[in-house]
Design a protein around this ligand. Sequence first.
Ligand SMILES: [Zn+2]
Length: 219
Amino acid sequence: MPDEMLQRLQRFHDHTFPGVQETFETLVKDGQHPTILFIGCSDSRLVPYLLTGTGPGELFLVRNVGAFVPPHDMSAGFHGTAAAIEFAVLNLKVTRIVVCGHSHCGGIRALYEGAPPQATNLIAWLELGHEAVLPVQLSPEALRRTEQRAVVLQLERLMGYPMVRERVEAGAMTLHGWHYVIEDGEVHVFDVRSGGFVAASLAEHSGTGPYLLYDDGDG
Ligand SMILES: [Zn+2]
């Protein structure tokens, strides 16, 4: 039986890479200078490069179940997401942080339905979305509202990172809360003025964090 994964690797090297080789050579020579830290859910239907129209070198990506941000003061140790935030802000000096949740999120659904008891790490991780849960029965509408509330919750938690807060308050960094609706191919952006999410097709900016005045934003 042919090894399909191997075939894909060979196809990339032989056919795809030659078309982008120069781009990657430049990125190696000059180093990476992404301006965006993108924290997204691991869901396979969320494809950050597609929906932002970005390519190699443009997004510093962190993905996890639910697009959650652990608290800064509780996360010292083996914490991939917290380490990536610190690296992106302090080393790469990104100027935007996007937190991107999405529709039909299994992580957010698990906040209502629970996780397998042997998934001890997952159960602990889901605590990071707990405050977004609504005191109602799960419905498509409740799921969507919870997904959006979870995004805002993570933006607030990002402000607990001293290096993030400092830059946001100095106007050197913007936080963007997004909720991607898979079946519509549309991102809804958080607007701090209305406290809600606006479809990108109707929005005047690419989203504001909970602490940044809209007029100060550059997006
Ligand atoms: Zn998800």
